[in-house]
Design a protein around this ligand. Structure first.
Ligand SMILES: [Zn+2]
Length: 417
């Protein structure tokens, strides 16, 4: 399989880009259940130790619009030798295989990255020889060869080149510069030594708060034969305005014809702003975080749903004594207001949770801390999060993205998540 990206030509004044990530079979005899294409803008689903949190693959496979997951090597190096390394080495195809088989994720592209961007990291600095990975059993030094062994074992459709990740904005200017240089050095090594030349490689853009270094990192990475670009340091920015500024600075120096991915966009308003700046792929951690807190996504981007929700729920919010004319982005199922609410979680949603359960039952699951509550909310949140991207693509296609974004921001309360 080899990865390519095609940017769709658009007419009109709409902002945002519409593209297609495509897998081409290098061996036509390969029998694959993977999607051939992923339309962008889209989201990629982060895993925890190779599994999508809270849902089984059976449930995950029923959620439309999610084409890829990302695994993190720092979850897989906790053991001295992860079983997937041995699993991939067996010569018997009935007892071995790649990451798709081992983790039972046959219907989604795999992306491997080193660091889980949503984990708190304290590990001391990396060196030219060792990446210091933070695991539940302490800091583990990982070499580039160790990382590429995991690429070889998992056989993902794409992986993120090793990068010199930093943990805080308090690092010195010299350290940020060294991070840019080492990240480029490791990128060159990953490109030269990747186990399979058809596996897509994402180059990581660095530079932190140093705008000249952000520009240098983007320009230099763009000269390499990468398949896409990742900004994974946005969590270092102190606010969303600075995140958007960093995105703008980096993206201005990238070629148009390759995809750009970001980690760390934790608000639908920020995602829309980043789409307008030319970002194509986001992570879906937001949907998981909300589910774990008992919060159901309640926002919709499509025009008809926006209209009907506005009419129905603003009236309802007024009746509840809520003076805001804007709607909440999420619904907190811990709230006792749902104790006797026997309506579906979201009438506009077609997911398993909304088809089978009431708000009252979900409230009951959360106040009694039943595991099923998170399972159902994860299904619901991923469904509506994927829908959000579907309507982003649709509005870009129709040339109405700007209007939809304005309407969305006028409809929803930005602080209600
Ligand atoms: Zn639902």
């Amino acid at each position: 399989m080899s990865l390519s990206f095609c940017l769709h030509p658009l007419t009109g004044s709409t902002q945002g880009r519409l593209g297609t990530l495509k897998l081409s079979k290098t061996d036509p005899s390969t029998d694959s259940q993977l999607p051939e294409c992923i339309e962008t803008p889209t989201c990629i689903v982060p895993t925890q130790r190779g599994t999508v949190p809270h849902v089984t693959p059976d449930h995950f496979n029923t959620i439309p619009g999610l084409g890829a997951v990302v695994m993190f090597a720092e979850h897989l190096v906790e053991q001295r030798s992860h079983p997937v390394l041995r699993y991939s080495n067996t010569s018997d195809p009935s007892t071995g295989g790649d990451g798709h088989h081992f983790f039972n994720l046959a219907h989604h592209w795999l992306c491997l990255d080193m660091r889980d961007p949503r984990q708190q990291h304290q590990a001391a600095h990396h060196s030219n020889k060792f990446y210091r990975a933070e695991t539940i059993s302490g800091v583990k030094p990982v070499t580039l060869e160790d990382y590429l062994d995991l690429v070889r074992a998992l056989q993902p459709e794409m992986f993120v080149a090793l990068a010199d990740d930093l943990n805080s904005l308090d690092e010195t200017e010299g350290r940020f510069k060294r991070s840019v240089g080492r990240t480029l050095q490791w990128l060159d090594q990953c490109l030269a030594q990747r186990p399979n030349p058809t596996t897509g490689v994402w180059g990581v853009l660095k530079g932190g708060p140093l705008l000249d270094q952000r520009i240098f990192s983007a320009q230099q990475t763009a000269t390499r034969p990468v398949d896409g670009f990742l900004l994974n340091d946005l969590s270092l920015a102190k606010d969303v305005a600075l995140q958007q500024e960093w995105i703008k600075t980096s993206v201005a120096h990238l070629p148009l014809d390759k995809p750009r991915m970001v980690y760390g966009m934790d608000h639908p308003f920020s995602i829309l702003d980043a789409v307008s700046k030319g970002i194509d792929v986001f992570d879906s951690y937001y949907a998981k975080r909300l589910a774990e807190n008992g919060q159901a996504i309640a926002f919709h981007l499509d025009e008809s749903t926006l209209k009907s929700k506005s009419d129905a729920e603003v009236t309802s919010a007024s009746a509840d004594g809520n003076n805001s004319t804007k709607l909440p982005l999420t619904r907190d199922l811990n709230d006792p207001v749902y104790k006797a609410d026997f309506t579906p979680l979201d009438r506009m949603c077609s997911c398993y949770a909304c088809a089978h359960y009431t708000r009252a039952y979900l409230h009951h699951l959360f106040i009694t801390e039943e595991m099923l509550g998170k399972v159902l909310l994860m299904i619901h949140n991923l469904t509506l999060f994927a829908d959000f991207f579907k309507y982003i693509r649709q509005s870009i296609q129709q040339g109405t993205f700007d209007q939809q974004v304005s309407r969305f921001k006028d409809t929803y309360d930005s602080y209600s998540h």
